[in-house]
Design a protein around this ligand. Structure first.
Ligand SMILES: CC(C)(COP(=O)(O)OP(=O)(O)OC[C@H]1O[C@@H](n2cnc3c(N)ncnc32)[C@H](O)[C@@H]1OP(=O)(O)O)[C@@H](O)C(=O)NCCC(=O)NCCS
Length: 190
């Protein structure tokens, strides 16, 4: 197991091709996919042939950013995943944070715990200048995670979604934190 990061209750490890069924099961829950594509499951062959090879390519080229499986330390359960990586439109030092967890894991602080650890790593070890995240205004849980992780709302905008998603008329929000802001918040005694 190639561990990327450890938090109090989770291990973030590299994905492998053997994770195809875990990821398929995650995306099979309409509640999980509600604000991603309106609730549609991702077909298993798409995960096997498109998503996993895309994620594995980050490790293969030695990228410091990427996608990681979140494993609950106590049980070994697959909770879902986190990503920290610039999109093709982003500068290299401005990665986007994201997360997708099983409904059974919601409401227990896992998304915030993983996000805070990734933001810390981005600024302390990866040379990031800024970390950002976006979500639909209607996805309150997601932007609450951003707020609780220390990101600040920088703009509301309108993104064209390929699927009809409930609440899309309320638009999207971007949250971000710069390295300077992050450094100013660090406790010099810790
Ligand atoms: C969004 C998501 C990652 C939140 O994960 P989580 O582990 O439940 O989040 P946390 O437990 O860290 O919660 C953080 C805060 O958000 C709040 N929150 C979580 N879901 C909420 C919801 N649906 N409505 C309102 N608040 C919510 C929590 O109460 C908590 O605040 P509190 O501590 O003040 O009570 C999870 O719901 C998920 O995976 N959803 C499906 C995929 C998805 O939408 N990903 C984001 C795409 S942009």
């Amino acid at each position: 197991m190639r561990v990327y990061l450890e938090t109090e209750r989770m291990i973030l490890r590299r994905f492998t091709p053997a994770d195809v069924d875990l990821v398929t099961a995650l995306d099979a829950d309409p509640a999980v996919m509600r604000y991603i594509n309106g609730g549609r499951p991702t077909p298993r062959d798409e995960i096997r042939d498109d998503y996993l090879p895309w994620w594995l390519a980050y490790y293969e080229r030695g990228d410091r950013y990427g996608f990681w499986a979140a494993i609950e330390k106590g049980t070994g359960a697959f909770l879902g995943w986190f990503h920290l990586r610039p999109t093709p439109e982003d500068p290299d030092d401005d990665p986007e944070l994201g997360y997708r967890l099983h409904a059974a894991a919601w409401g227990r602080g896992y998304a915030t715990e993983g996000s805070r650890a990734l933001i810390h790593k981005a600024f302390s070890g990866l040379g990031a200048r800024r970390v950002h995240a976006t979500t639909m205004v209607a996805n309150v849980g997601s932007w609450r995670v951003m707020e609780k992780s220390g990101l600040r709302r920088v703009r509301t905008f309108r993104q064209a979604w390929p699927d009809r998603i409930e609440g899309e008329e309320h638009g999207d929000v971007e949250y971000a934190l710069t390295r300077d802001e992050w450094e100013a918040e660090q406790d010099p005694l810790s």
